[in-house]
Ligand binder design. Sequence first.
Ligand code: DGY
Length: 322
Amino acid sequence: MAYSFLVTRSIPTVGLDRLRSGGSVKVNPYDRPMTADELVMAAADCDGILSMLTDRIDSAFLDRCPRVKAISNYAVGFNNIDVAECTRRGIGVSNTPDVLTNATAEIAMGLMLACARRLVEADGVVRTGQWRGWAPLDYLGVDMVGKVLGIVGAGRIGLRVAKMAAGFDMQVRYYSRSSHPEFDQIGAVRVDLERLLREADFVSLHAPLTDQTRHIIGAKQLAMMKPTAVFINTARGALVDEQALVEALRENRIFAAGLDVFEHEPVLSAGLASLKNAVLLPHIGSATTATRGEMAVMAAEDLLAMTSGKRPVHPVNPRRWG
Ligand code: DGY
């Protein structure tokens, strides 16, 4: 049987070709996320959706698209999807774990270096002709080697960052509800969040966004951090109270922040863009050609599996398949 699919943004051709082997494929024609109405209109006659983290898949959408039986999210995070509601309706949901672990961990490490050594600020000085030549007191940053790295959330990406940090001789602490042998094996020490924030020179977020983790970092937590601390978020913007972070950076209560994700993407909280001690990236954690290609194939294959009634390789709601 040939199925009908919607892909909600252009993705690498390799994924579209894979999907076309199982049916007809519509791709969002716009160079932007679809509005809720556009999404419904495009999805209503489809069996499966290859969705993005910018698409809200909730009961309002599902009510209007009863034919949809499978959602394959082109991301490891799936906070854009009401998974419980999908499960209740017998709709399969999958994601793209593992393939983007290295790429995202690289961005976290890159942001740490960029913040610690003020790379973006220094680049701007050279480009704009403001550089007056070498000087002993210019652009002083903080060291990374030998410092304490606090990782919040002990998933695959956090673990990869912890392993990369070993190359900088960093001492890793991690915060997670349960202990993780893979972290313990590399000498990372599990601590509570307050201790992590008080002891870390670098704090990097790698937790999923859920009702429990929303604003896990707010004014109170920022106040626990060292004035020399660097704060990194490559996970989800709403883990952080972004306005509180802007205040902490503006008053130099922490040294710097490197953000690849924002609370109200693509809109930034007031004041963030003008801060010299913030490095801001447009959610590029997984943005390498190879990674995005692998994500496309993975998402397409799992969508094909789910629409034909099979369990996907990367299920988000495994209970759907019993
Ligand atoms: C994800 O996969 O969740 C990332 O945020 C995409 O880069």
